[in-house]
Design a protein around this ligand. Structure first.
Ligand code: PEP
Ligand code: MN
Length: 243
């Protein structure tokens, strides 16, 4: 989907402004990372929280695309945005809250863009697989699945990372699957261990949040890694894996 095995998608929770995206893109490309999170829309649980900068941010994406060789992965929340966004975005991400937005899935199935389909927060394996079929029915088979944790009872982690989803979805759909460690865990102190576990279970890659100053981020401050933390994540994650 993104050209190779072991996909690593990194970047801020949301596109906040050009400066932060530039700094992050600069840093990630220097580390050899080939895909950056570039979310203009942030469907949040509360309507009072930061919702993203919206289509106005397309200009930021255009400038990053022009100056850096890095794929832009951006969440799509509305069928009406598809035609405009496809000119700027390399990969359309369907967020957890939209996994069952079947009209959106159908329309994305008619595009040629790769689709990153995230698991709904309470979606069963079967529902997740059918959501992918809504896309492929339209002719677009360039789909990568993403496990991002499911709802559970324990608040130690933000969600419960369901590792069994990885081999189950691979067998059921024959599609690649990656794991979003940041939204699964909601914390960064156990991110290396869980990333290794995800890869050992057959994940084709990982997604993580990286921000130049996580403490000042407009969303998900607690789980975003700063550049030093990402350096250490990167040097530890593929070590002693023997895969
Ligand atoms: C995200 O990746 O930005 C996001 C909001 O994740 P999820 O849809 O999995 O909650
Ligand atoms: Mn986030």
């Amino acid at each position: 989907m993104l050209g190779n095995e072991n996909i690593l998608i990194a970047g801020p929770c949301a596109v906040e402004n050009y400066e932060i995206m530039l700094q992050t893109a600069e840093y990630l490309t220097s580390k050899g990372i080939t895909a950056i999170r570039a979310n203009l829309f942030k469907p949040r649980t509360s309507p009072h929280n930061f919702q993203g900068i919206g289509l106005e941010g397309l200009d930021v994406l255009a400038r990053i695309k022009q100056s850096h060789k890095i794929k832009l992965v951006s969440e799509i929340v509305d069928v009406r945005h598809i035609s405009e966004m496809m000119n700027y975005v390399d990969v359309f991400q369907v967020g957890s809250r939209n996994m069952s937005n079947f009209e959106l899935l159908r329309e994305l199935g008619r595009t040629a863009n790769p689709i990153l389909l995230k698991r709904g927060m309470s979606a069963t394996i079967e529902e997740f697989a059918y959501a992918a079929e809504y896309i492929s029915c339209g002719g677009n088979n360039n789909i990568c699945l993403c496990e991002r944790g499911i709802r559970s009872f324990d608040n130690e982690t933000r969600n419960m990372l369901d590792l069994s989803c990885i081999p189950l979805m691979k067998a059921k759909t024959r599609l690649p699957i990656i794991v979003d460690l940041s939204h699964s865990l909601g914390r960064k102190d156990i991110i290396v261990e869980m990333g290794k576990a995800a890869l050992a279970c057959g994940a084709s890659g990982l997604m993580v949040e990286v921000h130049p100053e996580p403490q000042n981020a407009l969303s998900d401050a607690a789980q975003q890694m700063n550049f030093d933390e990402f350096d250490s994540f990167l040097s530890n994650i593929f070590q002693n894996l023997n895969l």
